[in-house]
Design a protein around this ligand. Structure first.
Ligand code: KG4
Ligand code: ZN
Length: 400
């Protein structure tokens, strides 16, 4: 133990195996990420069994790399941290089992971290790194939008004496925003993950060409228990949430599909998929220029319009929640927070309204372990350690 507040964190909830060492939740000493994108790309999405297998392969080298990059040995650490959920059960279990074994062997305390809390702390970690003179908890309450491949959740994050408390304000009723990006990209014959492709191609289309609309969520149906069961419905009751802060992305996915069918864009999408991603002569790493050359103006307009509508909906609900709660500070985090249009439109709207908006650096937007170590720090200070029987909780909720 160094007494320097060094936490080694492990993250394995989805398709990245990551380990990082962060000092006192505010200085990243190392951050190693082994991505499985190449493994899952040919299936157009994450295959849970393959993810577990890849985590098993990667976890030991990734932890070694994080320690080596930081120039530390296990003996130097003050605590270990691990993501305990939400995520894929088998994937989470690899990280948890390894972290528990390390804790047992070294006698270090283990902190369990909620992946969503980790995403929120990615932004806080960046802020502390750029202003190290601020005490770790000198933060105002913030409205946090966590928007990734698995989640679209709105929270009020409030610092308390040592830790943070979260109140769930809204979430998606069906697909996460990143999931919609990935599914639309797949439909259009683009690569996996789809978000970065759509982000890059959208700059070359007309965002107003296809007027996609998000209708107001009909919460009465949900309140009456008549709504179809959704994946997300398991994690938190909808009745307690303001319908204006609920999201739904399955509708726009279907609207894109209908547009593709109606305009006969499928042959073009299939040709693009074969030429750039799945065909025998497809390049190992297709470039943006190649993708652009394989898209008609109509497809580029469709992509731009899809993104414009999704970002607009995320903005509308986030700023409505900020206004309703009087929050002056907004954090947007998770893989989709890497999106350029999202960053520029959220920033412009925040400036107009006189509130602040922060995003993590691009490396901290997608899954990583530095954010898990940062989220573990206040819990370590508060003495909130994982029980010896810690196990994976695939639908672990954050806040209520
Ligand atoms: O946070 P993350 O790495 O993993 C989850 O916790 O889900 O997020 C991955 C998601 C994917 O759906 C990916 O398509 C999306 O984030 N994504 C983006 C961008 N970069 C990644 N979506 C839109 N624009 C981007 N630039
Ligand atoms: Zn994530």
């Amino acid at each position: 133990m160094s007494g320097r507040g060094l936490i080694l964190a492990i993250e394995s909830s989805c398709d990245e195996t990551a380990a990082a060492v962060v000092e006192r939740g505010s200085r990243t000493l190392s951050s190693a990420v082994a991505s499985q994108i190449a493994t899952h790309a040919r299936y157009g999405g994450v295959v849970p069994e393959l993810a577990s297998r890849e985590h098993l392969r990667a976890v030991v080298p990734v932890v070694r790399a994080a320690l080596a990059q930081a120039g530390l040995a296990l003996d130097d650490l003050d605590a270990l941290a691990v993501t305990s959920g939400p995520g894929l059960a088998g994937a989470l279990l690899v990280g948890i089992t390894y972290a528990k074994a390390l804790a047992f062997a070294t006698g270090l305390p283990l902190v369990a971290v909620n992946h969503l809390e980790g995403h929120i702390h990615a932004v806080l970690l960046n802020e502390r790194e750029s202003a190290p003179e601020l005490p770790a908890q000198a933060s105002d309450p913030a409205l946090a939008l966590v928007v990734s491949g698995g989640h679209t959740h709105l929270y009020l994050a409030q610092p308390t004496a040592n830790t943070w408390r979260y109140k769930l304000l809204g979430r998606t009723l069906d697909d996460a925003a990143g999931e919609a990006y990935d599914k639309v990209a797949k439909l259009l014959g683009l690569g996996y993950p789809g978000g970065p492709w759509i982000d890059a191609l959208a700059q070359h289309g007309n965002p107003r060409a296809v007027p996609f609309a998000f209708s107001q969520i009909k919460t009465k149906l949900h309140l009456a228990g008549k709504a179809p069961r959704t994946k997300a419905a398991k994690t938190a009751p909808i009745a307690a949430l303001n319908p204006h802060f609920l999201f739904s992305f399955s509708g726009i996915k279907t609207a894109v599909l209908r547009y593709v069918e109606l305009n006969n864009l499928r042959p073009e999408a299939e040709a693009r998929r074969a030429a750039l991603f799945t065909g025998r002569d497809a390049p190992a790493r297709p470039t943006l220029e190649q993708a652009l050359a394989a898209c008609t103006p109509q497809t580029l307009d469709l992509i731009a319009s899809f993104q414009h509508a999704v970002v607009g909906d995320l903005m509308k609900k986030t700023f409505a929640a900020a206004e309703a709660l009087g929050a002056r500070r907004i954090l947007v985090t998770g893989g989709v927070a890497a999106n350029r249009e999202l960053r520029s439109r959220f920033s412009a709207e925040a400036a107009k309204r006189g509130v602040s908006v922060s995003f993590p650096t691009l490396a901290l937007s997608t899954d990583n372990a530095a954010m898990i170590a940062a989220a573990a720090w206040p819990r370590f200070l508060a003495g909130e350690f994982a029980p010896p029987g810690l196990s994976a909780d695939p639908s672990l909720a954050l806040g209520r």
